[in-house]
Design a protein around this ligand. Structure first.
Ligand SMILES: [Zn+2]
Length: 445
């Protein structure tokens, strides 16, 4: 096979990898939106859904012949590792005849985000990647191996073709509620020629990724919920199912009820067959705080009866939350709707705000950070990141024993060699034969 990293060899986010067989069959692994513009500033709203032609001219879409709708498609598939935007955000720009594969959880998350989040487009032809078997895509055998990450049903992708075996890690960690998946990955994957390995944390301070593990997050949340005398609002990503589980367990431990919004309730419902521990809106200690825009979106999607079910199962009003604040913990997003509720709660008593996502987003601002600043509320940081620490990556490599490791999703590829052998650093856009990586090609460091 021939490997080309179109984007991701020296940046975190926007990953895009091509594999081509010697007979010319091609697949793409992930097609993410870069997290920021090259100068570090945020993308203007709506960039992802701008016309493909404009995005190609700006370099947001890499120049890949045979991938886009303006020419005959040359790709057999796009395969997604997970549902974070920096891995799938540009997927709808590929030629409509190119099928897009992802795990069931990934497909459900993409559909849910299209339902609830403005400015999101998703591919039309999405196909499920089973969790326990490979699928044949032209002459590639592609298997999505479940991994532990902050997006539900995330996968590492094992690709076999031309007698070679490539493992692309996607994003993974060793410290979530599903860390056993990290431990079992070498056994599940078997022998590997080349490992394309994410290295988000390589070269970064450990503190940037929060507490050591998800169990620690759960303990700290539980301690806070027991001590705090009022309402606690936890701000986290709706996709972070481990976090929803941690907040729920902490709530139960502290004798509180978990309050979620219809968006979160919908996501958790869609994942209940994949993740049995994901709290459901019809569980006894789970309540739903209705938000007008969410209900409207459910109604527009023909899901009015689901909204009614949520209401019957456990609707809770702002008035109830304010009058019995110490009975609840609200898991929410940094949105205007959350600020409206916080403002209402503040009339009675000052709520505690827990920031339970990357601390960089808190510094960047947004609805809830601005509100906290205005009100003099200091958010409590309780978070653990989605990416393995370098030492965990080193342990993984020592057990996988690939013949070469290619860094991706990192700003510090040159530091990989401090942790593992046989590192080959590639450059974006450079086509490299897998065989040459194995026998010592590429830039060995
Ligand atoms: Zn991710």
């Amino acid at each position: 096979m021939i490997l080309t990293i179109h984007r991701g060899s020296k940046q975190i986010g926007g990953s895009c990898i091509e594999l081509r067989t010697y007979s010319g069959e091609r697949i793409l692994l992930d097609f993410g939106m870069p997290l920021t513009r090259p100068d570090g500033s945020d993308w203007p709203r709506g960039t992802m859904t701008s016309p493909s032609k404009e995005l190609r001219a700006e370099g947001v879409l890499p120049d890949i012949e045979g991938l886009y709708a303006d020419a005959a498609p040359e790709f057999s598939a796009l395969v997604l590792s997970h549902s974070h935007l920096d891995h799938h955000g540009l997927a709808h720009h590929v030629h409509p005849n190119v099928p897009v594969y992802g795990s069931r959880g990934t497909i459900e998350m993409l559909k849910a985000s299209r339902l609830f989040i403005p400015g999101i487009a998703i591919p039309a032809d999405m196909r499920e990647l089973p969790f326990d078997a490979a699928v044949a895509i032209s002459s590639f055998a592609v298997r999505g191996i479940p991994v532990d990450h902050a997006a539900p049903d995330s996968r590492a992708l094992l690709i076999e073709a031309d007698g070679q075996r490539i493992l692309y890690s996607g994003d993974l960690r060793a410290h979530g509620h599903q860390r056993h998946l990290f431990d079992s990955l070498p056994e599940t994957a078997g022998p590997i020629d080349v490992l394309i390995l994410e290295g988000t944390t390589v070269g970064q301070a450990q503190e940037a990724h929060g507490f050591p593990d998800e169990a620690d997050v759960e303990r700290r949340l539980s301690d806070l919920l027991k001590i705090d005398k009022g309402m606690v609002v936890v701000i986290a990503s709706g996709q972070n199912i481990d976090r929803a589980i941690s907040v729920y367990r902490a709530a139960i431990e502290a004798g509180r009820e978990l309050v979620i919004d219809p968006y979160q309730a919908y996501i958790l419902m869609k994942l209940k067959d994949i993740c049995y521990e994901a709290p459901q809106f019809d569980w006894p200690s789970v309540r739903v705080k209705f938000i007008k825009s969410h209900v409207r979106k459910l109604k527009d999607a023909g899901l009015w009866s689901l909204a009614c079910q949520m209401s019957r199962a456990g609707k809770v009003t702002s008035e109830q939350l304010a009058s019995d604040a110490s009975r609840f913990v609200y898991l929410a997003r940094s949105s205007r709707a959350t600020v409206a509720l916080l403002r209402y709660l503040t009339k009675t008593a000052r709520p505690t705000v827990v920031w339970s996502q990357w601390s960089g987003y808190l510094r960047k601002g947004g609805a809830v950070p601005r509100f906290c600043y205005e009100q003099g509320i200091e958010p409590v940081l309780i978070h653990s990141g989605g990416h393995a620490q370098p030492e965990d990556l080193a342990g993984l490599v020592s057990r996988l024993r690939p013949k070469a490791v290619v860094p991706i999703h990192t700003e510090a590829a040159s530091h990989f060699a401090d942790y593992m052998p046989n590192v080959r650093v590639l450059r974006d856009g450079e086509a490299t034969e897998i065989a040459s990586l194995i026998v010592g090609g590429g830039e060995a460091i």
